[in-house]
Write a protein that binds this ligand. Structure first.
Ligand code: BGC
Length: 349
């Protein structure tokens, strides 16, 4: 069968190649891949900056944002032929640490977790894969291929859970949220903020195109101005760009008692002079909280699934700005500035 593979940390090594059928030892459920989304992490892996091959292998199958169809599942497993499923990206570490031991692998403490398509486990950009029932999430059949948006939604479901848990450290009545970046993660963060009844503002650089339209489709407000001009002292900021200047500004602009959640993985090597004393003084005197948030556990997959089922369908459809056949995979990695989510289609070829 065909798979999109690469040699981690080797730029330009991505290719479409024939690999063996999935090993039955890798799980009792056989899944046919329908579509796989491309995200910033994939682009980093392709450009040789990130990624780990499975132990004993030089190559890694790419892809962690998947939607697939069950081909075979054990009787009584809760899954049956034809069900739509998403593979959970991160698997617990083998020790396991106290978080992985209770299914909170997203907060793994020893770093020995693995991630499909990213760290030591083959990903989903292959025609078929096998997984255990515990590593799969059943998706609302009504979503169809749009289920490919589930994984990025899990990231923001976790971010919102973190924000709410931290905000509720004392009596809290948040009204406004600012989201930085109208990429897939920012738009999905805005969707969940609107579903929670908040006034949501999204900032991004572009002034036209699909992004402002998508933001208004969910009843949020789009701005292509500075954070400060967009909204003064929001209760919540979800930072989805990883751009160092915005990360720092978010911690300054959030309102008293507010929460800043950082979800963007920045590149390293950006240094700046800051008055740490003034910054710390403001954080302390205003009871501000900053939290970094990565990955998602099953609880977040369930919350994300519910959020997508309630979302306006047209919004989800329009988020996917490009869909390419896996044979044309190279086109999917040339992400244009007008693109929101690009997906690689494995079902029709
Ligand atoms: C994925 C997460 C993963 C993170 C770090 C993100 O792109 O969505 O599941 O934990 O990268 O590897």
């Amino acid at each position: 069968m065909k798979a999109i593979t690469l040699t981690p940390l080797v730029e330009g090594s991505v290719s479409l190649e024939d690999i063996a059928e999935p090993d039955p030892a890798s799980g009792s459920v056989l899944v046919q891949t329908v579509a796989v989304g491309v995200c910033g992490t994939d682009i980093e892996i392709i450009s040789g900056q990130y990624g780990w091959a499975p132990p004993g292998s030089e190559k890694l199958v790419l892809g962690h944002e998947s939607i697939g169809k069950v081909l075979e599942a054990p009787e009584g497993s809760g899954l049956a032929k034809g069900d739509l499923v998403v593979g959970i990206v991160r698997r617990p570490d083998p020790v396991p640490c106290y978080s992985c031991a209770v299914g909170e692998w997203d907060n793994c403490h020893n770093g020995m977790y693995s991630e499909h398509g990213i760290k030591e486990l083959d990903g989903f950009m292959r025609e078929r894969y096998r997984a255990d029932v515990s590593a799969l999430v059943k998706v609302d059949p009504g979503l169809g291929k749009l289920g490919v948006l589930l994984e990025p939604t899990t990231i923001v479901a976790k971010a919102w859970e973190d924000v709410n848990k931290i905000g509720n450290r004392s009596h809290w009545e948040p009204k406004t949220a600012l989201i930085t970046g109208a990429g897939p993660v920012g738009l999905l963060a805005a969707l969940l903020g609107r579903q929670a009844g908040l006034e949501v503002h999204v900032i991004d650089q572009v002034t036209s195109g699909i992004k402002p339209e998508l933001v208004s489709m969910i009843g949020a407000t789009y701005h292509s101005v500075d954070m400060k001009e967009a909204l003064s002292e929001p209760d919540i900021i979800i930072e989805c760009t990883g751009v160092p200047a915005l990360v720092f500004e978010a911690t300054q602009q959030v309102g008293t008692g507010g929460v800043v959640c950082l979800t963007g993985v920045s590149s390293t090597g950006h240094t700046t002079d800051i008055d740490v004393g003034a910054w710390n003084r403001d954080l302390v005197l205003s009871n501000k909280a900053i939290v970094g948030s990565v990955n998602a556990n099953r609880r977040h997959y369930e919350a994300a699934s519910e959020a997508l089922s309630k979302a306006p369908r047209e919004f989800l459809e329009k988020m996917i700005t490009k869909s390419v056949a896996f044979t044309d995979y190279k086109e999917a990695f040339n992400h244009g500035t007008a693109d929101v989510k690009v997906v690689i289609d494995f079902s029709d070829v």
